[in-house]
Design a protein around this ligand. Structure first.
Ligand SMILES: CCCCCCCCCCCCCCCCCCC/C=C/C(=O)SCCNC(=O)CCNC(=O)[C@H](O)C(C)(C)COP(=O)(O)OP(=O)(O)OC[C@H]1O[C@@H](n2cnc3c(N)ncnc32)[C@H](O)[C@@H]1OP(=O)(O)O
Ligand code: FAD
Length: 633
């Protein structure tokens, strides 16, 4: 083991295993995760690490082991495929969940055990605006069939992931029977028997190469009436249409995956922090004091400023991910029982946190890569691949700006309710104080109050202030004679800013609530430091907001920076131990820089030598091209 890494792991001030248990949701979950990793994957004789041929094996193994929980599936798949994306992600996170939530019982029993499929919603002309989808589904009572058709070039289904020509069962979203509702259909196609279907691949992408995103054009293709997913909406044999309790129930799968993406952003950021911080502990470069040995780059304050707030953010997002999944499970259970009362709040929370966490993690991955210098740019670090696989999450499952505006819509509605004298509950209950002016900025002392509860209150006031400013912008636009839609559009910068601040407050509050639950003194202490670092770092990035909200004075601004530097120094001794607690296996990270033993240089040389380009001392291209050329000169 590298001596630097060894030294970093001495004198731990907290129990790493207990922190790992907290991240997993308890010791039993840690044991289950390790059982899946060690027993069901690494020690499985059928396991042939990450090669394409192992994909069918993985599917059959998941069924054999009865693994159906999304988090457990992710544990298994991430061990099987490392940090890359495999072709069937969409099957597990969208196709199956749609069948689970949108099929009636007869359809469920008929389809769920048998098929692998994709999710074809986006069209060439519309991805965000679902009410603009053009694919039609016309019911023919004479044959009891739906005629599926792509009337325009922009209606061609574009992007369905995993569109393997062999299995085309896919979930459709199509303009249906009544203009404002969407319905879901299972295609049931089995190529090449169906005529009227034109499919293909949309071509090379930025990355995401394990997934074959395709296109699908339908020319009056007929499917049985029974292929409409009929849990919430039905078309009777006589063609009569039974509307769902809410047209937004059709959007349920997107809310589910957005909820998962929140925690996934935390996982991916924790992977990158593991790589960058372990590498920074073994990399020596330049000098701090002339004549002395080159220091670990982790001892540079700028390196700490790059990485430690991201480390705190990774923990914050993992805790937010747990909260999001628990909230999704609770509210979707109520929805399943017909109680839709909290569906708007679930949509607003999942949409906002999905955008907030993926935008932040996306930027953070690049900071981690650049903090590793040239070796960070090498594929051996795994950081370029992680970035290329993660970055589309800012676009898919709801483009982030649009998602932030959906949250803003809920915030504006809540603000109006408070203005009308209503008492709010749930995540927006802090807006009640805005109306009664209880939000009067705290009498801030000359010294910055570092108490975590006070910091949460300051973020709450900041969010409330920005919600009020956005509402006032809309009111001012209306007062200038703008229609409601133009008033909204002319305020969308303010609206996104308000949603971002609302999500920032929510994530810090979840972090603080999780810290409050930690009983072990050592773990509580280090987690409290990270939560403070998360809050103070955010205050440094958005100082203007806190000044504008009147909760920070100009005289206090220097103390924010001073406090931040102190917290960076406080985290330094525990940095490697804090990434060890994420418990990412070397085989899953697949990173020369992030190895648990820290033996980076030897591993990097072996990695380079294993390249096909180095299979011979002199590459064949010399003999084939250069030597003949030289002979002619
Ligand atoms: C520590 C825990 C760790 C756990 C981690 C576990 C990890 C497990 C695995 C992780 C997997 C990671 C990611 C894997 C990715 C896999 C690959 C993905 C491939 C990509 C697939 C796709 O992209 S599929 C297509 C996705 N498309 C979209 O998302 C479309 C976005 N557009 C929309 O959703 C809608 O068009 C809209 C919401 C933007 C607008 O809809 P609409 O126009 O109908 O509504 P309005 O704006 O007019 O609003 C009217 C009214 O409706 C309310 N509303 C809107 N949507 C919803 C909803 N979904 N639910 C409830 N209510 C909704 C809206 O709020 C309005 O309400 P009012 O009361 O009127 O205000
Ligand atoms: C890797 C990847 C995999 C995918 N897999 C699938 C899949 O399997 N199945 C599937 O159905 N789809 C899939 N998609 C498609 C994805 O869901 C859409 O790309 C996404 O919903 C965004 O829609 P769009 O592409 O139409 O972008 P647009 O909505 O056209 O966005 C372009 C710009 O317009 C802005 N904009 C749009 N509407 C508004 C508004 N109301 N207010 C303000 N600004 C706005 C956006 O903010 C953005 O800046 C995938 C996409 C990617 C990148």
């Amino acid at each position: 083991m590298n001596p630097d890494i060894l030294r970093e792991r001495q004198n731990a001030t907290f129990d790493i295993e207990k922190l790992t248990n907290i991240l997993d949701g308890g010791a039993e979950r840690t044991n289950r995760r390790r059982e899946i990793r060690e027993v069901l994957v690494l020690n499985d004789p059928d396991f042939d690490y990450g090669t394409p041929t192992s994909l069918p094996t993985m599917i059959l193994k998941l069924r054999e082991y009865g693994i159906s929980d999304p988090v457990e599936i992710n544990w298994y798949k991430s061990m099987y495929w490392g940090t890359g994306r495999e072709a069937l992600g969409l099957h597990y996170v969208m196709f199956l969940p749609t069948l689970y939530t949108q099929c009636d019982s007869e359809q469920f029993n008929k389809w769920v055990p048998l098929i692998i499929g994709t999710y074809a919603q986006t069209e060439m002309g519309h991805g965000t605006h679902l009410r603009g989808l053009e694919t039609t589904a016309t019911f023919d009572p004479a044959t009891q069939e739906f005629v599926m058709h792509s009337p325009t070039v922009t209606s061609i289904k574009w992007w369905p992931g995993g569109r393997n020509p062999l299995f085309l069962p896919l979930i459709f979203l199509s303009i249906p029977l009544s203009a404002s509702l969407f319905d879901l259909f299972l295609s049931g196609f089995a190529l090449p028997t169906c005529s009227g279907i034109v499919i293909g691949d949309i071509g090379p992408k930025f990355g995401f190469d394990a997934v074959d995103n395709g296109y699908l054009k339908l020319e009056h293709v007929r499917i049985p009436r029974e292929n409409m997913l009929m849990k919430y909406a039905q078309v009777k044999p006589d063609g009569s249409y039974v509307k769902p309790l809410s047209s937004k129930l059709t959007y349920g799968t997107m809310v589910f995956i957005r909820s998962l993406i929140v925690g996934n952003a935390g996982i991916v950021l924790s992977q990158c922090c593991t790589i960058a911080i372990r590498y920074s502990a073994v990399r020596h470069q330049s000098e701090i004091r002339a004549g002395e040995a080159e220091p670990q780059i982790l001892d540079y304050q700028t390196q700490q400023h790059k990485l430690f707030p991201l480390l705190a953010t990774a923990y914050a997002f993992l805790f937010a991910g747990q909260y999001m999944i628990d909230t999704y499970n609770r509210i979707s259970g109520d929805i399943n029982q017909g109680d839709l009362s909290e569906m708007p709040e679930l949509h607003a929370l999942s949409a906002g946190l999905k955008a907030f966490t993926t935008w932040t993690a996306n930027t953070g991955i690049e900071v981690c890569r650049m903090s590793c210098g040239g070796h960070g740019y090498s594929r051996s670090s795994a950081l370029p691949d992680i970035y290329v696989e993660f970055t589309p999450s800012c676009t898919y499952e709801g483009e982030n700006t649009v998602m932030m505006l959906q949250t803003a819509r809920f915030l504006m509605k809540s603000y109006r309710q408070v203005q009308a004298g209503q008492q709010l509950s749930g995540a927006v209950s802090y807006l009640n104080k805005v109306h009664h002016r209880v939000m009067a900025p705290q009498a801030v002392s000359s010294q910055l109050d570092l108490n975590l509860n006070t910091l949460v209150d300051l973020y709450e006031i900041r969010a409330a202030m920005l919600v009020e400013l956005a509402a006032q912008s809309i009111q001012q636009e209306s007062a200038r004679g703008k229609c409601q839609e133009d008033s909204w559009n002319n305020s969308t910068i303010d609206l996104v800013r308000a949603s971002d601040a609302h999500c920032h407050y929510m994530v810090l509050k979840m972090f603080r609530d999780k810290v409050d639950q930690i009983e072990d003194p050592g773990v509580h202490s280090v987690m409290s430091t990270l939560a403070h670092l998360y809050a103070i770092h955010g205050m440094g990035n958005f100082t203007g907001d806190f000044l504008q909200a009147g909760v920070l004075t100009g005289a206090q601004v220097p103390s924010v920076s001073k406090c931040l530097k102190g917290l960076l120094a406080e985290v330094r001794p525990s940095a490697v131990l804090l990434v060890d607690a994420f418990d990412h296996h070397d085989k899953m990270l697949n990173s020369v820089l992030g190895r648990h033993d820290g033996n980076v240089y030897e591993a990097m040389f072996e990695w380079a030598r294993s390249s096909p380009l180095n299979r011979t001392e002199v590459h064949e291209s010399f003999h084939k091209h250069l030597k003949p050329l030289q002979a002619k000169l």
